[in-house]
Ligand binder design. Structure first.
Ligand code: CS2
Length: 487
């Protein structure tokens, strides 16, 4: 079967949407770092729509580690298929990516792209761990990648190192900075990234840091679209629908949302004309999404895995688990979420539950369970701290946290799948030392201040509730888990 390329576009079945613009004429104006499935399913599809209206806003995408995406997309001239899976499947070939670079093997090209006057915006999706922040959300100067980049700033490896080196080159050339747009699930993502960049630059050259601070822009954003990882089944479906082979298709649900703080320092496309919500304050959207979608997602993942379930659809099909999570959303999480103006919180919750139940996608709980140490603080622990401050009980909210602890204990057993988490080694060491006794096990985990803020860990109400939840979720005993969920 031939491969998806510019020349195969014309022969695709008529129903397949494809770039309705001259790709070769669209200049690159945006660099994206981290072109994983989420970026290609979400942001790149908005940019594809932008390009339909004209303008030099095509994407150059840069992988910082793996070369898989570059290997898959380069022979396809950056083209790939987005499958939107709802009641029926729709396929769209996205043409927004004009250049694909693997940073470790194309250093000069990456720096030239970052320093190019036509580059006006740099966006990124590198997941929570890619920011190298500490528990307080500030640059972790002890992080090995940050230490290495501070020692050789002109040979960067981390997101922060690459961005600062790109900005330094622009400063030296008398160019304006690019706007840096974080598109990861972090609260206050733009502010945190901006602070980390200024802090890093300050350690090298205070004048550069002042310039970045004064001239740069770091808008906060909220991104949302459920995007299960690409698998062989998707590749087969896409090949069948298109009649050509695509080595890098992506899949997502029909729902997609991108809320962006309107704070750009070097121009931007007319995002609002392609469905992006531009606003002066993203915080309320961000909190609603992290707490009401991602928090429940992680809860379904850890509790669902304890029950032996595999996908989100399986988990919401489990009566006790879905009842528990819905109560958690409406009764425990919602009171800590100040709704953005004109926002119907109840409707938002119902819509999320319906999205979780989408039978068109198979989203693995094991995928959502990745990187718990990075996700739990923003998804659940902030809600717990706010609930305690409001003087309300945290028993239900502690159940998914306890679920994560049991998940870690399971992963520490011989023969279990590898734990995907940047703190895997420390987590598994703690988990391997636990004895199945709630008091001492919980104490051992709570001492991990990279995950549990010390003030929260020291709160006796939290500790007691977490101990009871931990004791209630007897591992391997699905009935005990069911009893705990029933409350
Ligand atoms: C999920 C998210 O994998 C996960 O942890 O919770 O990726 C989620 O699907 C997206 O944030 C939805 O926008």
């Amino acid at each position: 079967m031939s491969r998806l390329t510019d020349t195969s576009l014309a022969g695709l079945p008529a129903a397949i949407r494809r770039p309705a613009y001259d790709r070769a004429a669209a200049g690159i104006g945006i660099v994206h770092i981290g072109p994983g499935a989420f970026h290609r399913a979400h942001q790149a599809s908005y940019i594809d729509s932008v390009l339909e209206q004209g303008g030099d806003w095509a994407l150059s995408v840069i992988s910082l580690n793996s070369r898989d995406i570059a290997d898959a997309l380069t022979p396809q001239q950056g083209l790939y298929t987005l499958a939107t899976l709802g009641e029926k499947a729709e396929y769209r070939v996205i043409g927004a990516i004009r250049e694909v670079l693997h940073a470790p093997s194309s250093r000069a090209a990456v720096l030239a792209r970052l320093a190019n006057p036509a580059t006006r915006i740099v966006t990124c999706t590198v997941t929570e761990k890619g920011y190298c922040l500490n528990g307080a959300g500030l640059l972790d100067a002890d992080h090995p990648a940050i230490r290495a980049d501070l020692a050789s700033p002109q040979a960067p490896t981390s997101l922060i190192g690459w961005l600062v080196e790109g900005l330094r080159l622009r400063h030296a050339d008398g160019l304006p900075p690019f706007t840096v747009v974080s598109c990861d699930n972090l609260s206050d993502n733009g502010r945190k990234l901006g602070r980390a960049l200024v802090d890093f630059a300050d350690r090298l050259d205070p004048a550069l840091a002042r310039w970045i601070e004064a001239e740069g822009a770091f808008p906060c954003t909220m991104v949302d679209s459920i995007t299960p990882a690409t698998d062989e089944a998707l590749k087969a479906r896409v090949a069948e629908a298109l009649g050509v082979a695509d080595a890098a298709p992506v899949q997502r649900e029909p729902f997609t949302q991108w809320v962006v703080e309107d704070r750009f320092c070097n121009g931007r496309p007319a995002f609002e004309s392609v469905g992006v919500q531009m606003t002066s304050d993203v915080a309320a959207f961000e909190r609603a999404k992290l707490r009401l979608l991602n928090g429940p997602h992680s809860s379904l993942a850890y509790l669902g895995l304890l029950l032996g379930l595999e996908s989100v659809a399986d988990a919401v099909g489990h009566r006790l688990l879905s009842g528990f999570v819905e109560r958690l959303m409406r009764e425990d999480i919602a009171p800590t979420v100040p709704a953005p103006a004109g926002f119907d919180l109840d409707g938002y919750i119902s819509a999320i539950l319906a999205r979780f139940a989408n039978p068109g996608i198979r989203h693995l709980l094991s995928q959502i369970a990745w990187d718990g140490s990075q996700k739990l603080p923003v998804r659940l622990l902030g809600t717990i701290a706010d609930t305690l401050a409001q003087g309300r009980a945290v028993d239900a909210l502690c159940l998914p946290v306890a679920g994560w602890l049991h998940f870690l204990r399971q992963r520490a057993q011989p023969g279990q799948p590898k734990l995907v988490d940047p703190l895997a080694e420390r987590l598994l060491t703690i988990a391997a030392g636990t004895k199945g006794e709630a008091g001492s096990d919980v104490a051992a985990f709570l001492a991990l201040d990279a995950v549990f803020p010390p003030a929260l860990a020291a709160d006796a109400r939290f500790r007691r509730a977490l101990e009871s939840a931990y004791a209630a979720l007897a591992p391997g005993d699905a009935e005990a888990v069911a009893r705990a969920l029933a409350g």
